[in-house]
Ligand binder design. Structure first.
Ligand SMILES: Nc1ncnc2c1ncn2[C@@H]1O[C@H](COP(=O)(O)OP(=O)(O)OP(=O)(O)O)[C@@H](O)[C@H]1O
Ligand SMILES: [Mg+2]
Length: 315
């Protein structure tokens, strides 16, 4: 559905290399998160996909069409919100924004009038259609931007920081709107966000971007699988020959000195429970001072990815 091949972008004034050789594909119906620190290149990438910026190198295809060459056809199939609801005309009413942008994308005004109530209802915007967008609160603007992005029933949705400025009920509304669209329309979605809880709740896969490089591409299922492995952090009491003993028993364990003691991270061996494993260690003469379940969330993985990216890209 979306194919990004070796995309790079260097801004000229000032000279900034914002993206370097970014490649990935997103299949129809997938929802993918784009996460990375400020300045990583997320907005630049989304603008390039939308053909709002010309890449310095590489190509983008949506549904098999090059976005630069077939801009108009491609954009009819795409809905997008940009940072700070910048895809709206603030001096027009919400209704006029829906009409204007819907018509640009080839939807007749009668169809827009038919669809608008459902879209506004889903995004909790009823009663605000006559308001000038500039007079809406920032969360209302954000939801209005999403309404405009959805009015022409796109196949693919690109959302740059859609949760910024949203309160908890609005984030919940966004999650349920997106979930419904994915279910009913097989919508393909790419979302950049700093809200990792939101990302984890809605996407099937996460792309990690740092300093213009794609540093990771991970299905959420893998995160869940890692968590299902029952990893624990054990602190083992110091004793003569502890490290070599542990290494011999559990070659897969990761070990760190903790003062005199030893920290060990490993999954409970299959067939064992935490308590049977602790008893086994005790029988071998290994005293466990503490055991802490490691539940990796997206934030932990994010930190790991950034650390890895640092060693690879900071030369
Ligand atoms: N018009 C521009 N001219 C020059 N440099 C730019 C321009 N726009 C962005 N940059 C730079 O390109 C890099 C990537 O910026 P971008 O806005 O894509 O990051 P981002 O991942 O969206 O960050 P954030 O999380 O803060 O929104 C940054 O170093 C930024 O300063
Ligand atoms: Mg950005």
């Amino acid at each position: 559905m979306l194919e990004v091949v070796d995309v790079s972008k260097t801004y000229k004034k000032p000279l900034v290399k914002a993206l370097s050789g970014v490649s990935f594909t997103i299949s129809r119906g997938e929802t993918v998160g784009l996460v990375g620190p400020n300045g990583a290149g997320k907005t630049t990438l989304i603008k390039i996909i939308l053909a709002l910026l010309i890449p310095s190198g590489g190509t983008i295809e949506i549904g098999g069409l090059n976005v630069q060459k077939h801009r108009y056809e491609v954009l009819r199939r795409v809905g997008a919100t940009l940072e700070g609801a910048r895809n709206l005309y603030w001096r027009l009413s919400l209704r006029d924004n829906l009409l204007y942008f819907g018509q640009i994308k080839g939807v007749p005004s009668s169809v827009i009038d038919q669809r608008a109530p459902d879209v506004l209802e889903a995004l909790h915007l009823n009663g605000l259609e006559r308001r000038l967008v500039g007079t809406l609160s920032s969360g209302q603007k954000q939801r209005a931007a999403l309404a405009v992005a959805l009015i022409h029933s796109p196949d693919i949705l690109l959302l740059d920081e859609p949760t910024s400025g949203l309160d908890v009920p609005s984030i919940d509304a966004l999650v349920s709107v997106l979930t419904g669209l994915k279910r009913d329309h097989d919508l393909t979605v790419l979302i950049s966000s700093h809200n990792l809880g939101f990302v984890q709740s809605i996407v099937g896969r996460v792309l990690f971007i740092d300093k213009g490089h794609l540093v990771g591409d991970m299905p959420i299922a893998e995160l869940e699988r890692k968590n299902a492995e029952d990893s624990y952090l054990f602190t083992l009491q110091a004793r003569e020959g502890l490290r070599s003993m542990v290494t011999a028993l559990f070659p897969e364990a990761q070990l760190w000195e903790k003062g005199e003691d030893l920290d060990m991270v490993m999954a409970i061996p299959s067939g064992e429970t935490l308590s049977s494993f602790l008893i086994k260690l005790e029988e071998k003469g290994i005293t466990v001072l503490s055991a802490e379940r490691l539940n990796k969330d997206l934030l932990t993985v994010y930190h790991e990815m950034l650390e890895e990216g640092k060693t690879t890209h900071d030369e």
